[in-house]
Design a binder for this molecule. Structure first.
Ligand code: SF4
Length: 390
């Protein structure tokens, strides 16, 4: 993967960087913006965004992930989860620029699925995903080599969650595996068990465990956790060989924080409440919830519920706030009020969107996300296997 446009070079270790001025490639994918990033206090930001959007017209398509800030979502042509947005980008062949208000792995997927004439733009290159970052390409390669040494790759099918870098998707494609989303993880895992006898699930341990145990009926002890920071994943040869599912030790820093105590507390305090959570939450939270589903399913579940319903929702806060605003006839609570927004997703703000759109309108391509050809080819194989799932 390579990104072009705004990265200006690495600074010295420990050097403090002013946001928007300079970059530290050893810690982030770059935070600099060429030219002037408008201050967030600029009174004409909305006007500037409206003008730049109008100037770009049909040449651009703005995609907004459900977890984005309101100030950004209002400029999105389409809102959705990561897969829906990548598909939307692939369908609009005439749009020269896909301005992706999401995180890095989502922009990569959009680049893989769009035509070579289209350019995918991430308004802030520092908008990454902590879960995707928990599975680095070299760590996954080392893990696979360790499994190979034990003769354990034969019959092991990698299933990789959409929330992963293009390099990990490419590893999956090259090794007979498929990508999954939070809506089709069960189908993908069943398919994998038709191809082999063991699954390596990357990078979200919670989605992997919840799917294996709560959907496929495997036992908890048939799932083992691969710690990429320990030799041989911190597992014995016997544990690896006996496991049905090897879970990568990654998690979402937002959803992973909801706890069983949150569920018990809301049930004790709010009579009639139903708990609705995302499958990236921990096993005991998902097991005790009333309804579990992807972001799209959470939105539909609330929208289709009768007036007067009370929901405690365990997902990203921007989305929960919008759910409350768009369902005034229902009571929408946040499952844990101490949990905040997805901080990396929220790096995309109105100043960055304005800067990106004005630059593109002025003929300057900034923050383009371009996946290297070989990686894109193997990733596409894994994505297409997912699309072909029954
Ligand atoms: S909510 Fe979690 S999985 Fe989604 S982008 Fe943020 S850190 Fe990544």
């Amino acid at each position: 993967m390579s990104s072009t446009g705004s990265v200006t070079g690495s600074s010295g270790f420990g050097e403090l960087l002013l946001l928007g001025k300079g970059s530290d490639l050893s810690s982030e994918r770059g935070v600099s913006c060429t030219g002037e990033l408008p201050p967030s206090s600029a009174p004409d930001l909305v006007e500037r965004a409206e003008k730049a959007r109008k100037d770009l017209g049909d040449r651009a398509m703005v995609l907004g992930h459900h977890y984005q800030r309101d100030e950004v979502i209002r400029f999105a042509d389409i809102t959705g989860d990561s897969f829906k947005l990548a598909q939307a980008a692939a369908e609009r062949r005439e749009a020269e620029f896909i301005i992706f208000c999401g995180v890095h792995f989502m922009a990569e997927s959009a680049d893989i699925l769009t035509s070579s004439a289209q350019k995918v733009i991430l308004p802030d290159l520092a908008a990454g995903c902590s879960m995707a970052d928990m599975a680095a390409a070299n760590q996954v390669d080392e893990a696979w080599k360790s499994l190979e040494k034990l003769g354990a790759t034969q019959g092991t099918i990698p299933i990789t969650y959409m929330n992963s870098s293009a390099a990990i998707k490419a590893f999956t494609g090259a090794n007979g595996g498929a990508i999954c989303t939070s809506s089709n993880a069960e189908r993908a895992m069943r398919w994998a068990f038709e191809q082999g006898e063991k699954v390596l699930f990357l990078p979200d341990q919670h989605l992997g465990r919840n799917t294996a145990v709560l959907k496929l009926g495997l036992k908890l002890e048939e799932c083992v956790l691969w710690n990429p920071w320990k030799p041989q994943g911190g597992l014995t040869e016997l544990e690896i060989k006996a496991a049905k599912v090897i879970l990568w030790r990654g998690h979402c820093s937002v959803h992973g924080r909801f706890s069983l105590a949150n569920v018990e507390e809301v049930r004790a305090k709010v009579p009639g409440v139903q708990v609705l959570v995302h499958p990236e939450c921990q096993y005991d939270v998902v097991k005790s919830a009333d309804v579990v589903g992807s972001t799209e399913m959470i939105i539909k579940t609330v929208a289709n519920s009768p007036a007067g319903s009370i929901w405690a929702v365990g997902t990203e806060l921007n989305l929960v706030k919008r759910l409350a605003a768009s369902n005034p006839d229902k009571k929408i609570l946040f499952l844990d009020k101490t949990i905040c927004y997805c901080s990396t997703m929220n790096r995309i703000d109105l100043p960055h969107l304005v800067w990106a759109m004005e630059s593109l309108a002025a003929g300057k391509v900034v923050n383009q996300i371009k996946v290297a050809d070989g990686i894109a080819r193997d990733s596409k194989v894994a994505l297409e296997r997912m699309l072909a799932l029954p």
